[in-house]
Write a protein of this length. Structure first.
Ligand code: 13P
Length: 252
């Protein structure tokens, strides 16, 4: 049995005080839900304040990115050594990082290795562009991204993968549950080729891309889908809590 995991990726939204308010709005209800791992990924600058708020809470924290060196002259970057005191998870290889900040497979592989070595649990994002999807290249693209990210990685069941088709992110045009389930099943088979059957059967694979309270059941009722990486809807307390609650109900 894989423990479902719902993570909120707040992206570049919320000031520190807005972030604190948002956590205060959802904390009590989110804490009541059982059987689902709940992870909030606010901007770096809010991690410390939210960590204070979540002392002794089952709600976990994640960062949205990190650099692939431990320390040094890398102005403006944040290293895993800094994050490990603040959070448990780190999102790596998000399509916005790949697209706007030119992160390539090699860089993402270095980040993944260092995250694991540093004791952070990575949420590795993969997913195809609209034109790749329309050209029937989805499996080629995600297979390449997964294999490239996992080169030289020790097989670890702490790894989480998020399948986020780029055309579904922030567009309101989510994949269908069946489409997402098929691609996630495919990703698990690719992971099995690299990490072995047992590890691949144990790692959690999320769907991400326009997940809302209204379509949660469509995705989470699928057997291969172990959770969601939620963008826009994670910035609304009641909606995020509803996604987590529905997940608990469906997967129990
Ligand atoms: P949306 O839920 O806003 O489509 O964003 C998805 C995403 O990119 C989460 O990482």
């Amino acid at each position: 049995m894989r423990l479902p995991i719902i993570a909120g990726n707040w992206k570049m939204n919320t000031t520190v005080s807005e972030a604190v308010t948002l956590v205060q709005e959802m904390k009590a209800t989110l804490e009541q839900v059982e059987g689902v791992e709940r992870v909030l990924c606010p901007p770096f600058v809010s991690l410390s304040a939210i960590k204070e708020l979540l002392q002794d809470s089952p709600i976990k924290l994640g960062a949205q990115n990190m650099y692939f060196e431990e320390k040094g002259a890398f102005t403006g970057e944040v290293s895993p050594r800094m994050l490990v005191d603040l959070c448990e998870y780190v999102i790596l290889g998000h399509s916005e990082r790949r697209q706007y900040f030119r992160e390539d497979d090699n860089m993402i592989n270095k980040k993944l290795k260092l995250a694991l070595k540093s004791g952070l649990k990575p949420i590795l994002c993969v997913g195809e562009k609209l034109e790749e999807n329309e050209a029937g290249k989805t499996e080629d693209v995600v297979s390449h991204q997964v294999k490239a990210a996992l080169v030289g990685i020790e097989p670890l069941k702490e790894l989480v993968i998020a399948y986020e088709p780029i055309w579904a992110i922030g567009t309101g045009r989510a994949a269908s549950g069946e489409q997402a389930n098929n691609t996630i099943g495919f990703i698990r088979r690719i992971a099995a080729g690299v990490l072995g059957e047992n590890i691949a059967a144990a790692i959690r694979i999320q769907y991400g891309g326009s997940v809302t309270a209204a379509n949660t059941a469509e995705f989470l009722s699928q057997p291969e889908i172990d959770g969601a990486l939620v963008g826009g809807a994670s910035l609304k307390a009641a909606e995020f809590v509803s996604i987590v609650r529905q997940t608990a109900e469906i997967k129990k």
